[in-house]
Design a protein around this ligand. Structure first.
Ligand code: GLP
Length: 241
């Protein structure tokens, strides 16, 4: 596990974008695993800037997002589909057909999960996976539980996650209670992983991820076993290390 501690959010975002730039420069048809949440927003801004400055080309890139809320139409401004368009896809030259996000409105969820895993496989697997982290160390929407899930699946969100995400919705009762997420197993298969975290509120989750026991109650702890992972943190998120 490599750990990079940055002065602040801005520096963290720039470092993360530079790593994506290096990946795409080395392999223009890379498969990127992407994350939502407030943490990667600055990185996406940097990538859009790099694109406008003609430093990076997304024309051969494919992307797979980690997760999507269940039963929330993609037109809803809180869906992760909407988030990705607003923060990245609308501003870069990625072909629409290369963008993959789980379909949270699928009638047959099990078939949708299988389809998603197969698409990742057919694309050759994820080259670099971007991750944020929840306060309870969830990755994607893999909540603390009693086993590490392998593939894409439907999850019940923990009350603490619903509360943390309530800030984006008008009322807490509008926050979806379920989501479709890649499993910890699928995340772990990425060739490289880059986990971003900022702010004091993530410090304990980061400590548990780096020094804690590898247990499914701390989903991100499994990353200790990955052979190409970097944590890019601001000083506050790194404050307990
Ligand atoms: C959600 C997402 C995660 C993200 C987490 C933290 O639960 N599913 O992928 O890492 O939120 O979000 P934030 O970056 O806003 O703290």
């Amino acid at each position: 596990m490599r750990i990079l501690v940055c002065k602040n959010y801005d520096e963290m975002s720039k470092k993360a974008a530079q790593m994506i730039l290096s990946q795409v420069t080395l392999k223009p048809n890379s498969v990127l695993g992407l994350a939502t949440g407030s943490t990667p927003v600055g990185m996406y801004k940097q990538l859009v800037k790099m694109y406008n400055d003609k430093q990076i080309d997304f024309s051969e890139i494919s992307t797979f997002n980690l997760d999507e809320y269940y039963n929330l139409p993609k037109e809803n401004n809180q869906s992760y589909d909407y988030f990705m368009k607003e923060n990245l896809f609308n501003y870069i030259n990625i072909p629409k057909e290369n963008i993959n996000i789980p379909n949270g409105m699928a009638k047959d969820v099990e078939a949708e999960c299988e389809r998603y895993d197969k698409s990742i496989k057919d694309c050759g697997g994820v080259d670099i996976q971007v991750l944020g982290i929840g306060h309870n160390a969830h990755i994607g929407f893999n909540e603390p539980t009693i086993n590490f899930e392998r593939g894409t699946h439907l999850v019940d969100l923990k009350q603490s996650t619903i509360e943390a995400n309530a800030r984006f919705f008008d009322k807490e009762e509008n926050v979806p209670k379920k989501a479709i997420t890649m499993g910890t197993g699928s995340i772990f298969k990425a060739r490289k992983i880059m986990l971003l975290a900022c702010g004091e509120s993530k410090a304990q989750a980061i400590y548990n991820t780096v020094y804690g026991k590898v247990v499914p109650e701390v989903p991100a702890s499994i990353l200790q076993f990955h052979n190409d992972i970097v944590l890019i943190l601001d000083e506050e998120a790194a404050s307990k290390l």
